[in-house]
Write a protein that binds this ligand. Structure first.
Ligand code: GZL
Length: 301
């Protein structure tokens, strides 16, 4: 499906005009998010024709909504945001639509009643990531007793990765808890899980950072991560792939945060009123313990 471009009258968009962008980033909670932010800022630069206002919401939805409303009052040419959770955006999405400011949804998803709430989405297929993780576990640890470390509750990646993974391995999941996509909260959730589920022998973590926290908790409990308790994660940031080389992770599904250039091109087309793809899916691959130190060292993030 392709969507028509910006309907904003009088906005810039003629070749060479600077595009005024309002960007609401959800936070700086993980290595993935940091890499994503760095890449966006690397491409949405003045020399590339952008005037970028980039606001970090510290993982709070009310901060994102405030930033989006500020962008409306600043009458920016285009807005992009990565919603911390899927719901609660109806009012501000309607206000953006009424202001005729085109919206690009980045990375995460929204669940809204607003008609046609955004011009385009760019990001990974989170369900595919959960499916790849589930298929690998089914193949390699079919009888595992699985504990699931959930991302931020109600976020697209938590909902989609969990549903797809559980569709394959749900009968083996003995417990779940959220670590909110952060290393510290992943460690805390894992400490409690090790007490509650002493017979777990595999963790499916919705991102690397919580998996790295789980490693700390497992080692503190005198067990070997990757051996006594296998760990399967999503993201593929450098620290996660290092854990794979160190045999503390067993399988990592990539979620590629590097799409700042594609995002910039998409914005230029939207502001110029060109037709754009409704959904640009960022390609993800997978990594297992055959990965080499040289490959990890060569990773860009
Ligand atoms: C996925 C992204 C998730 C990452 C986490 O695209 O939204 O949010 O998997 C990050 O590391 O916190």
């Amino acid at each position: 499906l392709s969507a028509c471009g910006s309907s904003k009258s009088g906005g810039s968009g003629a070749e060479g005009d600077t595009i005024v962008v309002g960007y609401s980033q959800l936070g700086a909670e993980s290595g993935w998010r940091t890499a994503n932010t760095e890449d966006i800022k690397k491409h949405l630069t003045a020399e590339n024709g952008f005037d970028l206002t980039f606001v970090d919401a510290q993982q709070k939805q009310e901060n994102q909504i405030k930033a989006l409303r500020d962008f409306i009052s600043q009458d920016v040419d285009i807005v992009a945001f990565s919603p911390v959770v899927e719901t609660g955006w109806d009012d501000v999405l309607q206000e953006l639509k009424d202001a005729e400011i085109p919206v690009i949804l980045v990375d995460r998803s929204v669940d809204t009643t607003v008609e046609d709430p955004y011009v385009a989405h760019i990001g990974s297929d989170m369900a595919a990531e959960g499916k790849m993780a589930g298929e690998w576990v089914q193949e390699n640890f079919p009888n595992a007793k699985i504990f699931e470390l959930q991302g931020t509750m109600g976020s697209g990646p938590q909902v989609d990765r969990e549903a797809a993974f559980d569709a394959i391995m749900g009968d083996n999941v003995i417990g779940k808890a959220t670590g909110n996509f952060t290393r510290a909260e992943g460690k805390t959730a894992m400490e409690a899980a090790l007490q509650a589920y002493p017979d777990m022998d595999l963790v499916f973590s919705h991102n690397d950072d919580m998996g790295l926290g789980a490693i700390e908790a497992i080692e503190a409990a005198g067990k070997k991560p990757g051996t006594d308790i296998a760990i399967v994660t999503v993201d593929g940031v450098k620290d996660g792939l290092q854990a794979l080389v160190d045999k503390k992770f067993n399988y990592v599904v990539e979620c590629n945060p590097i799409f700042g250039e594609q995002l910039g091109e998409l914005m230029k087309k939207v502001v110029a009123g060109e037709e754009v793809e409704k959904n640009t899916v960022v390609e993800d691959k997978t990594f297992d313990q055959t990965i080499t130190q040289e490959e990890v060292d060569a990773r860009p993030y």
